[in-house]
Design a protein around this ligand. Structure first.
Ligand code: PGA
Length: 671
């Protein structure tokens, strides 16, 4: 029961934030206007300049918060942020409810208009739900795997940012306000308000195969379904209350302060309205577009007005700059902002009914002016099917959820295809840890563990010299390859204690580790020595596993890439043909035997760097075919994540190679 309450609270809180973020994103200009009202009321007028940025920020923030809470990710952080937000907004909405400085809070934009008291109680419910969630955080459900969620998060945020962009650059993708195509402006502005009366009904008449049918605005058929627009029919009802429940009072005045609303809206022909809530801030690009439309309207005998805020200075400045000859009418700024979100924008009326509205760049002026309005689509109602648009928004938001798995599948296919050419290898480095008997027993144990198993990588064990020959024998008939941990830089002679590459090869061993950091550190091995060793190994048919890697200090001071590049120079003395026989192992010295592992991202970064360096030195094909192993506290627990990186082709394993039980899971990490 408790768990159910928690999940319901999670859906409620997450869902509410998602919705409020989304509607703000759909109409960012409306959100910015609302924010301007707020900041001005609270004496923070200087913030009004930033209102658009704030609107975007608020929309994206609320939506992101909604996503995190809804999907139960990073619970502690985002529930705390949600709580903080509610602790700010709840007292604020109480203040709004008590003193009514703004009509409605704008929580859900113009989509769902709540009274200030309704908003306050809504916030109380949300606050209680968030507090509940914080107390019962462990029961908050996490719906998606981390990677899946991360993918979805970015995809959904992209959709929301795109909506913000469309809403800012054009008009809102869904218009929540009353001034929509098909609505009678005449009735909205001139109808007498009447309590309890139904508002007007607008029907659009379409024809198909000789049959005419009337559709309500919200259920208009698709153009490609064969229905053709014929006409509109309006069943007028008195009252100027519109779909948003508010009373709208568009009153138009002329320069002499005469109310000309009836005169303008009674025009039975076409009327062009150039709308600008404020000419001072209107976009002055596309002036030609306005001029051409004006000329066209004059030529065709249509009325053309610019409806704006009564600011004589701004009007005369505009007229001077643009050479405007049209008539200016004045209206309430907020009402103009409700009519159109762009500044300026166009609205075309016919017989008092809004046919369409658009920002300037949304109008194809040459097409519009090429024919009589009555003979083309610009002269008809251009209805916007809002249900369809709501559907599309949900489709865009939901579809990435289902895209993740197929995309990941394709990604893996491509990644594995790229990896196919080079060998996957898990090699053990026993170091100085095993006696002859222990080494043979370990090799036999490994052979037994691998017997009959499907092994998806090459398995190698590099042993102390003393056991190489015996281990080669012990693993005969298995998939295991054997190597030494070093070889001499000389081919033969008076080098007491040394073992030459041809001696290693004579045991049947196939590999040799060269340049391990412990040899570099304790035996002073440098590039000059290593070049000799490489040549010895290759001349005797051994495959070098050549180690490179930085010490802690070099990682910390950021020189590690230069250090690694410097160590690679020894390899770069080889011909392309010889280089192609080498296996590279990246072993950050600070991670060897310390229990510290490079993160898979850190390791991948260096592996990619090494591969790019090889490509530069030789060519992309050789780089693609070179196996690069990771070494340094690699274990069964971290191997899968490391090996999943595109440039990590396996591991060189120290400590964990000394027991069959710890070595096997690393081999099995190659699924
Ligand atoms: P480690 O050693 O796995 O014990 O860290 C790796 C190596 O030195 O090759």
């Amino acid at each position: 029961m408790k768990k159910l309450v928690t999940v319901l609270c999670q859906l409620l809180v997450g869902g509410t934030f998602l919705l409020s973020g989304l509607v703000k994103a759909i109409d960012p200009v409306g959100t910015a206007l609302k924010l301007t009202e707020y900041v001005q009321h609270f004496g923070l007028g200087f913030l009004a300049e930033l209102s658009t940025a704030l609107a975007w920020g608020l929309a994206l923030f609320e939506f992101a918060l909604g996503l995190f809470i809804f999907f139960g990710q990073h619970r502690r952080l985002f529930l705390t942020l949600g709580l903080l937000l509610m602790l700010v907004f709840t007292p604020l909405t109480l203040y709004l409810a008590l003193y009514n400085p703004v009509d409605d809070c704008g929580c859900f934009g113009d989509a769902i208009v709540l009274t200030n008291w309704q908003t306050f109680w809504k916030n109380i419910v949300l606050l209680i739900a968030i507090v509940w969630l914080i107390f019962d955080r462990k029961n908050v459900a996490g719906w998606l795997a981390k990677d899946w969620y991360a993918f979805y998060f970015y995809a959904a945020m992209f959709v929301v940012a795109a909506l913000c962009f469309v809403g800012s650059q054009h008009l809102p993708f869904i218009d929540f306000r009353p001034y929509r195509p098909g609505v009678s402006l005449r009735q909205l502005a001139l109808g007498e308000p009447a309590q309890g009366e139904q508002s007007a009904q607008y029907f659009v008449i379409y024809e198909k195969d000789g049959i005419r049918q009337e559709f309500l605005l919200d259920s208009i058929p698709d153009e490609d379904s064969g229905w053709e627009f014929v006409d509109t029919r309006i069943v007028e009802a008195p009252g100027n209350r519109s779909s948003d429940g508010k009373t709208h009072s568009l009153v138009l005045f002329d320069a002499a302060d005469q109310n000309v609303t009836t005169e303008v809206l009674s025009d039975t022909g076409y009327v062009f309205l150039l709308l600008s809530p404020d000419l001072r801030t209107a976009d002055e690009h596309d002036m030609d577009c306005i001029d051409n439309l004006y000329e066209y309207a004059m030529q065709e005998g249509h009325a053309f007005y610019c409806v704006t805020l009564n600011d004589p200075q701004a009007v005369s400045r505009w007229s001077y700059r643009t050479g405007a000859e049209y008539r200016f009418l004045y209206a309430d700024q907020q009402e103009i902002e409700t009519m159109i979100r762009s500044n300026p924008g166009f609205m075309l009326l016919h017989d008092g009914v809004i046919l369409w509205k658009s920002n300037l760049s949304g109008i194809d002026v040459p097409a519009l002016t090429s024919a009589k309005l009555s003979e083309q689509s610009y002269g008809q109602i251009r209805p916007i099917n809002r249900k369809k648009r709501v559907f599309w928004i949900f489709a865009w938001l939901i579809s990435p959820l289902f895209l993740y798995l197929p995309l990941q599948f394709i990604y893996k296919l491509i990644k594995n295809k790229n990896k196919k050419m080079r060998k996957k290898i898990v090699a053990g480095n026993w170091k100085m840890n095993t006696t002859l008997q222990e080494g043979v027993a370990l090799a036999e144990g490994l052979k037994a563990a691998l017997a009959g198993k499907k092994v998806n990588c090459d398995v190698v064990v590099c042993t102390p010299f003393i056991s190489v020959a015996s281990v080669v024998k012990a693993v005969e008939g298995s998939v295991i390859g054997v190597g030494a941990e070093d070889c001499s830089e000389h081919d033969k002679g008076a080098y007491t204690g040394e073992v030459a590459a041809n001696m290693v090869a004579s045991t049947g061993a196939k590999y040799v580790i060269l340049g391990h950091s412990e040899r570099r550190q304790y035996h002073g091995e440098n590039n000059a020595i290593l070049v000799n060793k490489l040549n010895q190994a290759l001349a005797n048919g051994l495959t070098p596993i050549f180690c490179v890697g930085e010490v802690k200090e070099e990682r910390e001071n950021g020189t590690f890439k230069q250090v690694i590049e410097g160590q690679m120079e020894a390899l770069y003395t080889l011909s392309a043909e010889d280089f192609a026989k080498v296996i590279v192992a990246y072993e950050p010295v600070w991670a060897i035997g310390t229990g510290l592992t490079a993160t898979s991202d850190q390791a991948q970064e260096v592996h990619a760097f090494i591969r790019a360096s090889i490509a530069k030195k030789y060519n992309a094909e050789i780089a693609d075919n070179t196996s690069i192993l990771y070494g340094g506290s690699c274990k069964g627990s971290n191997a899968p994540e490391l090996f999943a990186q595109p440039d990590i082709d396996g591991g060189l394993i120290g400590g964990a190679a000394l027991k069959v039980d710890t070595f096997m899971p690393i081999i099995e990490a190659w699924k």
